[in-house]
Design a protein around this ligand. Structure first.
Ligand code: TLP
Length: 354
């Protein structure tokens, strides 16, 4: 049996989702006539406390449509160097939108430096600099190990941006994990941002789909950008039906994924070869690295060998580069699976003579 900890994107739809997909009432969404999509969009807007929502096939399309809707050609997008939008979305803002990305460092908790933001914002008065239109933030933060931005941090970022007439977009692919960890409603976490994308297809376990939320006016623009990106989807109520189940039934169980992640982190911390900070594990992602007998962190090549060994022992994990390994807990994993995964990892360490 394989225990797949590569991502929460590997989750399979729940039986209730399959049933809902089978029974979904559908229509042509390009005419706005798919009742299931319309219901999902209303539900997403309501849960996040925003005026309107748009169903998109992927998180990447949701972020890209949002950035294109906020920032015009020649207007800069300010963004953290560890963010998903900057690292993993093929530079959409720049390649498609003609927006330069102004990159600032992300700290280890996914927070951006307020001073760097303030000094980096351009209001357009200097003809040498592209005026700043947008600040992008990420919550939870993927590369930082599922860390969470709290209400005060979000308020500080949003108020600073607003004071300079800069919009804020939140990549909230895992915002329900953030809300679970903080014990606050998602609506509170997005109240001060202009737009947010969240994924139905990660911890919430839907097979496909993400949502963009914001004001009615913004969603109208994002809709146009979705069209530009080829995202008109016709009878997609078949997949939106699973999204409704995701929002109605899969949010409250995220706490289980967080407990499993802590259990995994504490188990890993017992192995002397593993370098890990269990205190930083607050949601469903754990980052760690492996050290050899000389206390040196494994190189990228050695890390790949370790991951291949772990796979031989039934555990799949991923690498974030520079010797960092990522494991993600999710729906479909039981407490026993975490123990089994820990055994598999231990056997891989022994095989590698670490
Ligand atoms: N992240 C995926 C893949 O990049 C590997 C993962 O396994 O974590 N924002 C954040 C913070 C994300 O983590 C992801 C996906 C996205 C956006 C993009 O979502 P999709 O994959 O639906 O385009």
């Amino acid at each position: 049996m394989i225990i797949d900890l590569r991502s929460d994107t590997v989750t399979l739809p729940s039986p209730a989702m399959r049933e809902a997909m089978y029974r979904a009432e559908v229509g042509d969404d390009v005419y706005g006539e798919d009742p299931t999509i319309n219901r999902l969009q209303e539900l997403a807007a309501e849960r996040t406390g925003k005026e309107a929502a748009l169903f998109v096939p992927t998180g990447t399309m949701g972020n890209t449509a949002s950035v294109l809707a906020h920032a015009g050609r020649g207007e800069a997008v300010m963004i953290g160097d560890q963010s998903h939008i900057y690292r993993y979305e093929v530079g959409g803002a720049s390649t498609l939108g003609g927006s330069p990305m102004y990159v600032i460092p992300t700290d280890e908790n996914g927070m951006l430096d307020l001073h760097k933001i303030e000094t980096g914002i351009s209001d357009g008065s200097d003809e040498h600099a592209a005026p700043t239109a947008l600040l992008c933030i990420e919550n939870t933060h993927n590369r930082c190990g599922g860390t969470v931005l709290n209400l005060e941090q979000i308020a500080a970022l949003a108020e600073l941006a607003q004071a300079h007439n800069v919009k804020v977009h939140m990549d909230g692919a895992r915002i329900f994990n953030a809300a679970t960890a903080l014990g606050v409603p998602v609506s509170a976490l997005v109240q001060k941002v202009d737009s947010m994308m969240f994924c139905l297809s990660k911890g919430l376990s839907a097979p496909v789909g993400s949502m963009v939320v914001g004001s009615r006016e913004f969603i109208h623009k994002a809709h146009r950008m979705r069209k530009l990106l080829g995202g008109g989807m016709r009878q997609a109520g078949v997949i939106a039906a699973a999204g409704i189940v995701a929002l109605e039934q899969m949010v409250d169980r995220l706490v289980e994924d967080h407990e499993h992640c802590k259990q995994l982190a504490y188990g890993l911390a017992d192995y002397p070869q593993i370098e890990i900070d269990v205190e930083r594990v607050v949601t469903n992602i754990v980052n760690f690295s492996v050290r050899n007998a000389q206390q040196q962190r494994l190189t990228h090549e050695e890390t790949l060998q370790f991951l291949a060994k772990a796979q031989e022992h039934g555990v799949l994990m991923g690498t974030m580069g520079e010797g960092t390994i990522r494991a993600v807990t999710h729906y479909g994993l039981a407490t026993e699976d975490i123990q089994t995964a820990l055994h598999g990892i231990r056997r891989a360490l022994i095989d590698m003579q670490l």
